[in-house]
Structures are given as structure tokens and as C-alpha cells.
Design a protein around this ligand. Structure first.
Ligand SMILES: C[S@@+](CC[C@H](N)C(=O)[O-])C[C@H]1O[C@@H](n2cnc3c(N)ncnc32)[C@H](O)[C@@H]1O
Length: 220
């Protein structure tokens, strides 16, 4: 855990000193292209839509999103200054302009109903239950009526073997924050925040667990 102005957070790979090798770790343990492409397929970015990635990390999803839909307007929000530097450098190298925001873990620095869509990948399993719920309320606040939320994250393992593999993630990121994911509770929390039709729409089995896709919509 690392201190930020108002809250503690778990860095991308569990420990601050591992953040520099996050991309390599993902490449070695997950079918990276497949799970990110599918995530963006669920987001379905369209021209002129304003889309927020909550917990942009090292910027991999933003890079793919902009490549696939250059006329969408992507913004990013994270809590860790270290990943902002890494993502900012990558995006700049590709001459991609994406406003990247940091916040203190409390209120998102955005107005109500500011985004057409919000998406997030591999973030919620790093948040305590209380923080998961607060972040979902904040996402609900900033997404427009009729807008959507797409979450890709560790979900209920689809076999005993995947459950066993997921202990590796739990050892790095902690058991307290990952328990809700293993129990498949994210859709329930999305619905509690106000999203309708919240549910699992697909999954990918990886070397370290089952990565699930969840979607929901803010009512018109
Ligand atoms: C495992 S990384 C995922 C990065 C990226 N989304 C991906 O798919 O590779 C989790 C990210 O969530 C961020 N994070 C952790 N707690 C957060 C919080 N309370 N609010 C926003 N971001 C948070 C971390 O800084 C990290 O960048």
C-alpha cells in the first residue's frame, strides 16, 4: 500500500517497485491483445463520444481505444502519479492527446453527466468493498443518462483450476479486496449504484484466473 493525500491504494502490480514491470507481467500471464480487444468491443467507442477510463494504469487500453476509434474523445483517471508518467510518455510517443487526471481517491474531478461511457479494467479487485461502492457511485454520477459502464476484471473463477491459479493474484493484491470479485459480486454493486441491466456478458480464462466482462447502463 502506498500513501496519497487522502487515501491508500494498491499499485498496478501490488507493490510500487513492481510498477515498471507491469506491462511485461501482463504480457506473460494474460492473452493481452485478446482481453483488451474484447474490452474495447464491449465499450464500442463511437466518433465524438467522450469516454473515461477509470484506472488507466500504463495506458494500454487508451492506446488501443484511440487506434480503433480516433474520433472518440478519451480521458483517463487514476490515483498513482507513477502510472500517469508511464502512460503519458507512451501516448506522447504516439502523438495521442489524452487528458490524464489524478485524484485523491475521493471525489472524481468531473462534472455530473460528463461522459457518454466509462470503462475500467483490472481496477476493482484492488479496491476495498467500501471503495468499490463509492467509485461506482462516482462513475454513475459522471456518466450521462443512457450512458454505459463496462468493467473488465477478475470474476468468479469458471473452474477449480482457475480458482487455484487466482491465488497468485490474491497473494500480490491481497485477499480482502479480491474476495468480492471471486464471489462474482461486481454486478450486484453496479446495480446498487443505479446501473440497470448490470451483469456478466462474457469472460476469458487466463493463466492467473477468469477475467470477466460486466456491463450496465444509467437509465435515461
Ligand atoms: C492493475 S492496474 C490496471 C491498469 C489498466 N487499467 C489495465 O487494464 O492494465 C490497476 C490500476 O488501478 C489504479 N487504482 C488503484 N486504486 C485506485 C483508485 N482508488 N482509484 C483509481 N485508480 C486506482 C492503480 O493505480 C492502477 O493503475
Amino acid at each position: 500500500m502506498k500513501n496519497s493525500p487522502k487515501t491508500t491504494f494498491i499499485p498496478a502490480l501490488g507493490y510500487d517497485w513492481l510498477t515498471g514491470v507491469y506491462d511485461l507481467a501482463i504480457r506473460l500471464t494474460m492473452p493481452e491483445n485478446k482481453f483488451r480487444q474484447r474490452l474495447l468491443e464491449e465499450v464500442e467507442p463511437k466518433a465524438s463520444e467522450k469516454i473515461l477510463e477509470f484506472g488507466f494504469g500504463t495506458g494500454q487500453n487508451l492506446l488501443i481505444g484511440i487506434q480503433e476509434s480516433p474520433k472518440s474523445i478519451f480521458w483517463g483517471l487514476d490515483i498513482d502519479p507513477k502510472v500517469k508518467t508511464i502512460a503519458g510518455r507512451k501516448l506522447q510517443r504516439q502523438q495521442m492527446q489524452v487528458p490524464l487526471f489524478l485524484y485523491d481517491g475521493q471525489t472524481f474531478p468531473f462534472a455530473n453527466n460528463e461522459f457518454d461511457k466509462v470503462f475500467s479494467s483490472l481496477v476493482f479487485h484492488q479496491l476495498a468493498t467500501r471503495t468499490k461502492k463509492r467509485c461506482l457511485q462516482e462513475i454513475y454520477r459522471v456518466v450521462k443518462p443512457g450512458g454505459s459502464l463496462v468493467i473488465g476484471d477478475w470474476g468468479k473463477p469458471k473452474s477449480k483450476y482457475r480458482r487455484f491459479l487466482f491465488y497468485a493474484v490474491q497473494l500480490l493484491d491481497g485477499f480482502a479486496t479480491t474476495r468480492d470479485n471471486v464471489a462474482g459480486r461486481l454486478p450486484e454493486y453496479m446495480a446498487e449504484a443505479g446501473f440497470t441491466g448490470a451483469g456478466e456478458v462474457g469472460y476469458i480464462n487466463t493463466r492467473i484466473g477468469t477475467y470477466c466482462y460486466y456491463t450496465g447502463r444509467k437509465p435515461e
